[in-house]
Design a protein around this ligand. Structure first.
Ligand code: TYD
Ligand code: MG
Length: 457
């Protein structure tokens, strides 16, 4: 029997239910509902702000008043600052989410050290590592002299009380999942605890105009372990990504109340911490060597910057009844769509063949403009005909098999020209930019024919 007022919170998505059941109605996960005692707030809810207006009325404002841009704390870690929209905002809370081991602690220690060296009053609270470990890491990264104040603490009450007493501008909490509040019965890392800790810290940030950066680990399926709820509570969510085995790490904004969310920051993990990669456009290209059948260089745009990256496809006879479809760095749904269009409109058959698609360097591409690059790599492998060495590819593909033009074609072409590429393969309208000769196509079937005939006029 449910106790009076008890709610059951899903540990995967944070949804609350009045009755226990084996499966969460909201996210369909099994065995994730846990009873919470009454009194805890619903997901995402902040404490009601103390209002200065009279009771029972609304104080209306107009839209036409110029509001100054929010002040920023510039940390001096340029890639990080750019993804934030020009630095972190005092009085805001931010979540940095990523897989365990991707480098979140390393990144934030560097950010805190860089900011501290510029005179920002920084505190780094570690709930995962002992002070000695954090210090040893900082010294190995050559940051031993930075005036960052370290604390190892997991008690929410002690952290909040401590921060109230200290003059501080920037706080890193590593990680939100290790904090616990003695007000709650639930264990650390549970939705109730994470929600309480994030709520309390967000309030503290606003009240004392501190910039608070929370670290959150994500689970394998891409959700922030349990507390999806934190995403709704903070002002910005940045995800830190990287493929195992590659040194590159990408910081990507997924939510930002104070800036754009399409910007990325690129880092390289080295023995001495993360190195900023200021000009990533050529980073994801395989240097030298012949470009084999199945490879296509995509001229992409990540945030404000052009990035060239190689798509690699392998289409091989299947040894099993059900052919395999494996994709790294691109959306598997998008791959299924491109394969369907290649089959239905271009006469290629993948029914008895395994298909592997890989984006080189560990970058994850989300732009629809990459459709044609993926299709060209697949067709090139299926037809065993390489694309020209000096050719970049871009274009969106529709279900009807058309190749559509994409945004910022001139920037894509200019970057390709700068890196020594001599031509492009894409929507016919790209030729108007006049930057590079374009083998233009309007239909995917023309594109496949060009590849098969090795016709690049
Ligand atoms: P870490 O920042 O601890 O990851 P997270 O906080 O996201 O769990 O980074 C851990 C990995 O980074 C670890 O496997 C080792 C690697 N690393 C380096 O390669 N060089 C370095 O200088 C540091 C500090 C870490
Ligand atoms: Mg860590």
């Amino acid at each position: 029997m449910a106790r009076d007022g008890a709610v059951y919170a899903c540990q995967a998505c944070g949804a609350t239910h009045t009755k226990w059941s084996g499966r969460c109605d909201a996210c369909t996960a099994w065995n994730t509902l846990v009873e919470e005692l009454p009194g805890s707030r619903p997901p995402g809810a902040l404490a009601p702000a103390r209002s200065t207006k009279l009771r029972g009325g609304l104080a209306f404002e107009t839209l036409d008043i110029d509001t100054p841009a929010p002040p920023r704390i510039v940390t001096g870690c340029d890639e990080f600052d750019r993804v934030c929209g020009g630095g972190v905002v005092p009085g805001s809370a931010m979540l940095i989410a990523g897989d365990p081991g991707v480098g979140k602690s390393t990144l934030l220690l560097q950010v805190a050290a860089s900011a501290a060296l510029r005179g920002v009053n920084c505190v780094y609270v570690s709930g995962e590592e002992a002070i000695e470990q954090v210090r040893a890491r900082a010294q190995r990264m050559g940051l031993g002299a930075a005036p960052v104040r370290l604390a190892a603490e997991t008690s929410l009450r002690d952290i909040v009380e401590g921060l109230k007493r200290e003059p501080v501008e920037l706080v890193v909490i590593d990680s939100i999942q290790t904090l616990w509040s003695d007000q709650l019965e639930a264990g650390p890392g549970s939705v109730a605890q994470v929600r309480a800790a994030a709520g309390e810290l967000v309030r503290l940030a606003k009240k004392r105009r501190i910039a608070i950066i929370l670290v959150g680990h994500v689970t394998k399926d891409g959700q922030i372990a349990g507390p999806r709820v934190v995403e709704h509570m903070v002002d910005a969510v940045l995800s830190f990504e990287g493929e195992r085995g590659y040194p590159f790490r990408i910081l990507r904004g997924t939510k930002n109340r104070f800036g754009a969310t399409d910007e990325i920051g690129v880092f390289e993990m080295s023995d001495a911490g993360l190195r900023e990669v200021k000009n990533p456009s050529a980073l994801f290209l395989n240097e030298g060597g012949e470009r084999a059948a199945g490879a296509a260089v995509f001229a992409g745009i990540e945030g404000s910057r052009p990035v060239l990256v190689e798509f690699q496809a392998l289409v091989a006879p299947s040894a099993y009844g059900t052919p395999r479809r494996a994709v790294v760095g691109w959306d598997s749904g998008r791959l299924a769509m491109v394969l369907a269009v290649l089959e239905a409109r271009c006469g290629l058959s993948f029914g008895q063949r395994d298909v592997y698609l890989n984006v080189a360097g560990g970058l994850r591409i989300t732009e629809p403009a990459a459709d044609l690059a993926a299709a060209a790599a697949l067709a090139s492998s299926a037809l065993e005909q390489p694309l020209p060495q000096d050719c970049v590819v871009f274009g969106e593909i529709s279900l009807s098999g058309e190749v559509r033009s994409v945004g910022r074609m001139e920037s894509r072409l200019k970057e390709a020209a700068k890196l020594g590429f001599g031509r492009a393969f894409g929507p016919a309208s790209a030729a108007e930019a006049g930057v590079l000769p374009v083998a233009g196509v309007t239909r995917l079937a023309d594109a496949v024919r060009r590849i098969g005939d090795n016709d690049w006029r």
